[in-house]
Design a binder for this molecule. Structure first.
Ligand SMILES: C[S@@+](CC[C@H](N)C(=O)[O-])C[C@H]1O[C@@H](n2cnc3c(N)ncnc32)[C@H](O)[C@@H]1O
Length: 267
């Protein structure tokens, strides 16, 4: 099993997650009730809502989420804009839960297990491809970007919501939610991603720095973790008891500029 699958599947409490959701929300959970487990990125559902607005503005008919995890982003998109949505993730177990969450919440995106560095789709299949905190786990970024270019329609857009190296990356603390150890964290800086996008023969249409709001969000999450109220589901059920430390490390890494959060729209 490649190490990335292991990172995301080793602490998964699949049955417990599904039982708790079914009991707590007999009518089906909404996107906010699922957010503690299916928005596995820095910025939570608020960041996904901003991305879904981009998808709606681009009036996409076909949308692929590469590294979709439990699929929270596409459930948010589906509320806002009608399109054919496809989730792809290398961790099969996450895709299985994604499918079950779709059933519980009456959503219908297609869920596929696959590698973002080698997409299992014909050329020009999608109007929009999104990567939300998944390029950070991919060592072969140029293949991932070239695959996106190939699978996008000629007028298509790639949207990245990713973690980049900050100026003080040497101060990076582990574990973080995407890597218990540095070997699984494949971060690059803005200059490097710009060069790779150029090499993949794509062009940056816009770049926004979302670090400040990401830090505000992360600080609020850390404070919530310290209150005694137990939520129905929590990220610990995905990433294990180390999640609390992972969250605090993300906060510290943002504060000391070891990492930055950006959104890039690429065409
Ligand atoms: C930090 S999680 C983010 C999940 C989701 N995008 C979200 O924001 O909730 C990173 C995800 O990328 C997936 N991933 C990592 N490498 C991948 C690859 N080469 N191909 C497809 N998915 C990958 C992992 O399995 C994991 O689900």
């Amino acid at each position: 099993m490649p190490i990335v699958d292991e990172h995301y599947s080793q602490s998964l409490q699949t049955d417990d997650i599904l039982n708790r959701l079914t009991i707590a929300y007999p009518e089906g959970p909404n996107t906010y009730q699922l957010a503690p487990i299916d928005q596995l990125h820095i910025g939570g559902i608020k960041a996904s809502k901003k991305l879904s607005q981009r998808v709606a503005d681009l009036n996409a008919s076909t949308v692929l989420d590469v590294g979709s995890g439990l699929g929270g982003l596409l459930r948010v998109c589906q509320q806002q804009h009608n399109a054919l949505y496809v989730s792809l993730d290398i961790t099969h177990e996450l895709g299985q839960i994604n499918q079950k969450l779709n059933l519980l919440s009456k959503n219908d995106s297609i869920v596929i297990t696959g590698n973002g560095q080698q997409l299992p789709f014909p050329d020009h299949s999608f109007d929009v491809i999104i990567m939300q905190h998944s390029l950070l786990n991919m060592p072969d970024k140029i293949s991932a970007l070239k695959e996106c270019k190939r699978a996008l329609s000629p007028s298509g857009h790639l949207i990245l919501h990713e973690v980049l190296k900050g100026d003080n990356h040497d101060e990076m603390l582990f574990p973080v939610p995407w890597a218990r150890h540095p070997e699984l964290s494949h971060l690059i800086n803005e200059e490097e991603i710009t060069e790779l996008i150029d090499t993949a023969e794509m062009r940056i249409q816009s770049i926004e720095d979302w670090t400040e709001e990401a830090l505000t969000w992360r600080t609020r999450q850390t404070n919530k973790q310290e209150t005694p109220q137990a939520p129905v589901v929590s990220p610990n059920m995905i990433l294990g008891s180390e999640f609390s430390l992972m969250g605090k490390n993300v906060q510290r890494n943002l504060q000391c500029n070891a990492i930055r959060i950006v959104e890039l729209v690429i065409c």
